[in-house]
Design a protein around this ligand. Structure first.
Ligand code: PAF
Length: 281
């Protein structure tokens, strides 16, 4: 496995692989890898001839006062973990390599980025689409892999690929969970032992929502109230949002019909966690 930090070296390797006709699978990450990332990598490896992982904590997608500085970084650990999945190439650029002085170009997906995390974190998705757009141009993947935990991100990136006629497939794989149900996230590391215990309430509230829907409840307002109430019982939890949206345009729905996404963001102290389930009735 090679690790490259500069764009010219990455381009040379990619060009060579493309000339040989190899299919490239790509997993973009911000590092501090966990089992969720590794499951994306294993699938990317199995479905392609050459697997590339990027590790880049992208300053553009963090707002003022967010955790850009504190975001956990450990390239040595990540390199070993990615290597264990059969990763062929890690691209780990500096901020200057990605955004040299004078950088002025941004990718914006409208509408889909307005609600949910887009409302709580203004500018976040502009940062995500810009960096992922750049990475797609550099890595030229045939397939790129993302986790369902970041459901809105996956929708937004699929839209970007469609609207900009990018020549790749975006593949979304199921959320990987801790044994108690908490969705895996690099940010789980910030939780105190007490917060960590309480954080399972996020998944429990979503499971209960699914159960209510299975039993026939269709009023989105009632389901959302129940989720909010359950979460409010955890002493350290502060609900950021609970939303039920359609699975195409991410518009808030009053009645659950067809395929809907139930999405939640909860803060434990300064740590913001997200999770979601897709339901179909
Ligand atoms: O999901 C992430 O880790 C990031 O948002 C991504 C897609 C790597 C872009 O920085």
């Amino acid at each position: 496995m090679q690790v490259v930090t500069d764009i010219p070296s990455l381009k040379n390797i990619i060009e060579e692989k493309k000339q040989k006709g190899l299919r490239i699978g790509f997993v973009p990450t911000m590092g501090f890898l966990h089992e969720g990332h590794l499951s994306l990598m294993r699938t990317a490896k199995a479905e392609n001839d050459f697997m590339v992982v990027s590790i880049f904590v992208n300053p553009l997608q963090f707002g003022a006062g967010e955790d850009y500085e504190e975001y956990p970084r450990d390239l040595e650990r990540d390199t070993k973990m990615a290597g264990s999945t059969g990763c062929d190439l890690i691209f780990s650029p500096s901020v200057k390599e990605m955004y040299p002085p004078g950088y002025a170009t941004f990718v914006q997906v409208e509408r889909l980025t307005e609600g949910l995390c887009g409302a709580s974190r203004p500018g976040h998705f502009l940062g995500v689409t810009t960096v992922v757009g750049k990475l797609f141009n550099l890595v030229c993947p045939d397939r790129a892999y993302f986790g369902q935990k970041d459901a809105q991100q996956a929708f937004v990136l699929q839209k970007m690929v469609q609207d900009l006629n990018m020549n790749l497939e975006v593949i979304v794989l199921p959320t990987v969970r801790e044994p108690d149900g908490l969705a895996m996230s690099s940010r789980n590391k910030y939780l105190s032992p007490e917060q960590r215990q309480e954080a399972v309430v996020i998944y429990k509230s979503l499971i209960e929502a699914e159960e209510q829907i299975r039993k026939g409840e269709r009023e989105a307002g009632i389901i959302k109230e129940n989720i909010a109430e359950l979460i409010s019982k955890a002493r350290h939890a502060r609900l950021d949002y609970v939303e039920i949206v359609d699975s195409k345009e991410l518009y808030s729905v009053p009645i659950i019909k067809g395929r809907c996404l139930i999405a939640v963001a909860v803060k434990f102290g300064k740590t913001r966690l997200i999770d979601n389930v897709l339901v179909e009735v």
